[in-house]
Ligand binder design. Structure first.
Ligand SMILES: Nc1ncnc2c1ncn2[C@@H]1O[C@H](COP(=O)(O)OP(=O)(O)OP(=O)(O)O)[C@@H](O)[C@H]1O
Length: 228
């Protein structure tokens, strides 16, 4: 479970990017974070992933207060997460297979087990046939999918994606959303920031809408709409 209680984030020399946000995302939910450019979507995701710390308020991830974690505990906690950010930080001097195996090597998984998992992840995003290709030779959509394979290869329990379909044409975007739905189906908590409405036609998913750092409503098909 992810729980924000009165969370405010102010970057040095800047206004509040997030103001007094309170919400809960249950384990296994598929949630969308929406709002205009600059509304605070990336900030909210970075607070969940402990990339940023709140200026005030409490962020609980699986009952752990991330503000109270020792810096040395953060990398361990991040292993729960698969992160897909806009600058997907692929390594352009390594091929697709090598990019995806990296998180496994960091976690001490090597050899046949690692190779098997990498191929399963590449298969899931439709890139198995490109395992030896260099990322630079892939299309924009394929690079996004490669970043997703790398994010999911360690079997994270929480998948966080910031505008994963930004700048993609509709068919790539639909493929990517289908991948997120599939992870949600098998119990992964999936949180996607987007300013388009794609994938949100179903009312079963939670939607956190931000306007200039303010959470204007949290909606879930299960518990209706709460205006705050
Ligand atoms: N590292 C930072 N230092 C200072 N200000 C920042 C920093 N990161 C974000 N901001 C500011 O915080 C506000 C919210 O930014 P954020 O990136 O969270 O919005 P967003 O909704 O994700 O926008 P976009 O859709 O354009 O990515 C903006 O006003 C932005 O300029």
């Amino acid at each position: 479970m992810i729980k924000f209680d009165q969370v405010t984030k102010r970057y040095p020399g800047s206004n509040e990017a997030l103001k007094n946000a309170s919400f809960t995302i249950e384990a296994g939910e598929l949630a969308f974070v929406t709002g205009h450019s600059g509304a605070g979507k990336s900030t909210l995701l970075k607070l969940i992933a402990a990339i940023e710390r709140p200026t005030s308020g409490t962020v609980l991830i699986a009952n752990q207060n991330i503000s109270k974690l020792k810096p040395s505990a953060i990398p361990f906690m991040r292993r729960k997460f698969g992160l897909i950010f806009q600058d997907h930080k692929l390594l352009y001097d390594r091929n697709c297979f090598e990019n995806v195996i990296l998180p496994l090597h960091i976690n001490g998984i090597t050899g046949n087990e690692a190779a098997k998992r990498v191929r399963a992840a590449l298969d899931k995003v439709g890139l198995l046939h490109k395992e030896k290709a260099m990322p630079i030779t892939l299309s924009g959509g394929e690079q996004q999918r490669l970043a997703i394979a790398r994010a999911v290869v360690s079997r994270p329990s929480i998948l966080i994606a910031d505008e994963p379909t930004g700048n993609l044409d509709a068919s790539y975007a639909a493929d990517i959303m289908a991948i997120f739905h599939a992870f949600h189906q098998v119990g992964v908590t999936v949180i996607v920031a987007t300013h388009d409405a794609l994938g949100m036609s179903t009312t079963q998913n939670r939607v956190l809408h931000l306007n200039q750092g303010q959470l204007t409503h949290t909606q879930s098909g299960l518990d209706g709409v709460h205006h705050e």
